[in-house]
Design a protein around this ligand. Structure first.
Ligand code: MOS
Length: 720
């Protein structure tokens, strides 16, 4: 680490820029990822996925494959070890896709039907591709669209409240001087970390030892223990380096397959997913169809607020893409309604993907706010100032801190917003129409229980043990800074051990809760150690260790609205003859509590914003109604932003003290993406005068909108 050298007496490690502790190992290749750690006698498993979208497996014709070179076994529903999926894990009931090979039913295209294990990955792959699986096919339905009559309102689950209602929306819409009532859609999107999912499992002296790439080893170990009915203490999961995750790296079929195969063969087995397999096995963001109704007085003050968000789930498990949660935090109105609806289809179960809910929800809601501003003739930032709530619009709880307007103020200043001509479609630069747009961002600042240990070693260094997951965020480095700050030592005297379930239970790297959760535990243990060391005396061999467990404190935390906030700004250029949209500038200003490491924090924000750009303009997974599978299920077919699409992006933050908060950090992993697609869509409207309510804003859609506008103008009709 390039340490900003600090004297032992100073605090201040938190808030100063540090490169990643493991950065050198990563760029030199010394860091090993789950799929490349060597094991003696390693066998390789290759998953075989269903080619039909619904039906039953009639036969798995494994005999010819078992005779192929190097093949050791074929595991399928006819011979697989039994697992127990009737449990409630750390994040709820398990997705049945991890109840691998337990029956002959196929609920979607890409469902795992067999694992072929061989001496080499090449042999396993060749045999897997040769394996004949026969099906009795049934008709399937993969067609998601707005207004499906079979959409239902799900039960709330521990993570998502399905519906909230306050007042009479219909009545107050009638009383409103200005009404916006529009539908917005976002397509199916996929999170594909650079590192594909991989796991190696083996039995080691009676313990199950799994080397994995995940967002929480406590979580994955707990799921594997439940599935295989093992004593939790006899399962160890390690995940030293993770090449990105974004919600996709929990427990999946690959770990379960590896455990089954090592149990059958009694030798280490590795299962690595291919890019193509990831499209059906690691979750994705559901498409959404969202209707937003806003009723306001002539000045834009909201009287009625309604956000109805439809998404899809599978036939085997329920997942709610919580797009409608934003309004419960952001905007109050006398009548206020938010609801999620689901359609069950013959597709894989969607899952958490960076800013689940908030990412697609903010496209719809922050576009609708812009439409309201336009209709009221009010500046979009002024509109938000006028609708800034004093307390949670639905909960009535106070905010732990809410510095949204400070973000807009700083952002407007830096972006040059105040000089903006609000009229759409009037700025031209050669073939380009230019426009600017803005949107608000928010994401919850949650916290989960964690344990930590800090040791004062005899050589004057310190060791922190916390089962954090560093999924590329810089979590390991952040924990070193947090510990150094409390211990009042230079960060280079702190060594951090993470990503090993034997370190004790800790929160996952998810929901933007990792740093906040782990920092709390590390601070408590380090505090305790400082007190112990202050008593004096020599440090015994083995050091002095103090431990913490935040479970009780987390449970006792005062109920408040706790969220990060942000303001996103975009400038675009639109070529109306080709339909090309170029983003020229993005600026995001965030209020996210204490920023631990400005260097990696800025990267997190910029990464999220880049993702938002990609969502606005490029990303869209296409399902083929005939086969029920994807068209172009690879990184060539799934279009996303490349270097040439990404302009100068600036991210920064405002001071955001959180009075009385035990940690002060809020979490930054997801908020960067929130609002970006709306800011870009709003900028495209400002450039062209055309609203884009369907993502992505593809060239054909830009051209179609321009054509429609020309025809309307010829008929003397107003803009859409
Ligand atoms: Mo995040 S989508 O909770 O990893």
């Amino acid at each position: 680490m390039t340490t900003t050298t600090r004297t032992p007496a100073s605090t201040g490690a938190v808030g100063s820029a540090h490169t990643r502790l493991e950065g050198r190992d990563k760029v030199t290749g010394a860091a090993r990822y789950a799929g490349e750690i060597p094991f003696a006698d390693l066998a390789h498993g290759w998953l075989v996925l269903s080619t039909v979208a619904r039906g039953r497996i009639r036969s798995v014709e494994d005999a010819p494959v078992l005779a192929m070179p190097g093949v050791l076994t074929v595991v399928h529903h006819g011979n697989a070890p039994r697992v127990d999926t009737d449990y409630v894990g750390m994040l709820g009931r398990p997705n049945p896709v991890i109840g691998l090979f337990q029956h002959d039913r196929v609920p979607f295209s890409g469902w795992p039907v067999a694992l072929v294990v061989a001496e080499t990955p090449e042999q396993a792959r060749e045999a897997a591709e040769a394996l004949a699986v026969r099906y009795d096919e049934e008709p399937h339905d993969v067609g998601f669209s707005a207004g499906r009559t079979d959409a239902y309102t799900p039960e709330s689950n521990p993570m998502v409240q399905a519906e909230t209602t306050k007042g009479d929306v219909a009545a107050l819409l009638k009383e409103s001087a200005v009404v916006v009532d529009e539908e917005y859609t976002t397509p199916e999107e996929h999170h594909h970390p650079m590192e594909p999912h991989a796991a190696t499992a083996r039995w080691d002296g009676g313990r199950l030892d799994v080397v994995d790439a995940n967002q929480g080893s406590t979580w994955v170990a707990g799921e594997l223990a439940s599935l295989f009915s093992l004593d939790p203490a006899s399962v160890r999961v390690r995940s030293e380096h993770v090449g990105g995750a974004f919600g996709s790296k929990g427990v999946g079929p690959h770990q379960v397959a590896a455990v089954m195969a090592t149990t059958v063969l009694d030798r280490p087995v590795r299962v690595v997913l291919t890019r193509r397999q990831m499209f059906s096995l690691v979750g994705f963001r559901s498409p959404t169809a969202q209707r937003i109704r806003l009723g306001a007085d002539a000045d834009g003050r909201l009287l009625a607020f309604d956000h109805q968000a439809q998404s899809l789930t599978s036939t085997v498990h329920e997942f709610i893409e919580s797009s409608a949660v934003l309004g419960r935090v952001m905007y109050d109105a006398d009548a206020h309604h938010t609801v999620h609806r689901l359609v069950r289809l013959d597709v894989p179960t969607p899952s958490w993907m960076r800013a689940p809910g908030e990412a697609p929800g903010s496209f719809a809601l922050e576009s609708a706010l812009d439409e309201l501003a336009e209709k009221c003739g009010v500046d979009p930032i002024t509109l938000r100032v006028r609708n800034e709530p004093d307390a949670g619009p639905v909960s009535g709880l106070p905010f732990s801190s809410r510095n949204l307007l400070a973000c807009f103020e700083e952002g407007a200043r830096r972006f040059g917003w105040t000089d903006r001509d609000p009229r759409p479609g009037v700025r031209r630069e050669g073939r380009w129409l230019l426009g600017t747009g803005t949107a608000a961002a928010t994401y919850p600042s949650g916290v989960g229980p964690s344990t930590a240990a800090v040791t004062a070693e005899t050589d004057g260094t310190f060791t922190v043990r916390i089962n954090a997951a560093d999924i590329g965020t810089g979590a390991r480095t952040a924990m070193a800074l947090v510990a150094a700050d409390t211990l009042k030592v230079a960060p280079d005297r702190v060594r951090v051990r993470i990503a090993d379930s034997d370190l004790g239970p800790a929160m996952i790297a998810g929901g933007s809760m990792g740093t906040r959760s782990w920092a709390w535990a590390v601070t408590l243990a380090a505090d305790e150690l400082v007190k112990r060391l202050a008593l004096g005396g020599a440090i015994p061999p083995g050091g002095i260790t103090t431990r913490s467990n935040t479970a009780e404190a987390v449970g006792a935390l005062e109920k408040k609205e706790r969220h990060s906030f942000g303001a996103q700004f975009a400038e675009v250029a639109v070529d109306v003859t080709t339909g090309e949209v170029r983003v020229r500038r993005l600026l995001g200003i965030f209020a996210a509590g204490t920023i631990v490491n400005p260097l990696t924090a800025r990267s997190q924000f910029i990464g999220g914003m880049t993702w938002g750009l990609s969502m606005a303009l490029h990303e869209e997974a296409i399902r083929d109604g005939a086969t029920g599978g994807h068209v172009g299920a690879d990184l060539a077919g799934y279009h996303f932003a490349a270097h040439a699409d990404v302009p100068h992006i600036e991210a920064d933050w405002v001071d955001d003290p959180v009075p009385g908060d035990p940690v002060g950090m809020k979490g930054i992993g997801e908020i960067g993406v929130v609002g970006v697609a709306a800011a870009i869509a709003n900028a495209v409207w400002h450039a062209t005068g055309e609203r884009h309510r369907d993502l992505p804003i593809r060239p054909d859609r830009v051209l179609g909108a321009a054509d429609a506008a020309r025809r309307r103008a010829e008929r003397g009709e107003p803009r859409a």
